[in-house]
Write a new protein. Structure first.
Length: 114
């Protein structure tokens, strides 16, 4: 069992090729006893983006605050506060911050993808 404020979890930079201005907080993981899923908070600075990538696992996203674009299989989809996104496995995607403030979103993935 875990109860914590997200801001109390250390934010780490995402240092992978193609990422720009991206931080991640791993809010819930196997280290917390979660047997199936991980919950991560991504924070993308204005003008930043996650890399365009694909992987076998799906994930579910909830936009906490900010505005941006979800790019899926070459199509741009505007996103903003309280939007939800389902990312199917094996699909090419990325997130871009097109707003003036930090884009924050929760991303839930199976532990195999964390």
């Amino acid at each position: 069992m875990k109860v914590a404020r997200s801001a109390s979890v250390a934010k780490k930079p995402v240092n992978v090729a193609g990422a720009k201005g991206v931080g991640i907080r791993v809010l819930i993981s196997k280290d917390d006893g979660a047997p199936t899923f991980a919950m991560r908070m991504f924070e993308i600075e204005p003008g930043g983006n996650t890399p365009l990538h694909r992987h076998p696992h799906e994930h579910e996203v909830f936009v906490v605050e900010g505005a941006g674009v979800f790019v899926h299989e070459g199509q741009n989809h505007p996103i903003s506060t309280e939007d939800v996104v389902f990312v199917p496995g094996d699909s090419e995607h990325c997130f871009r911050n097109t707003g003036d403030s930090t884009l924050r979103f929760l991303c839930l993935v199976p532990l195999s993808g964390a």
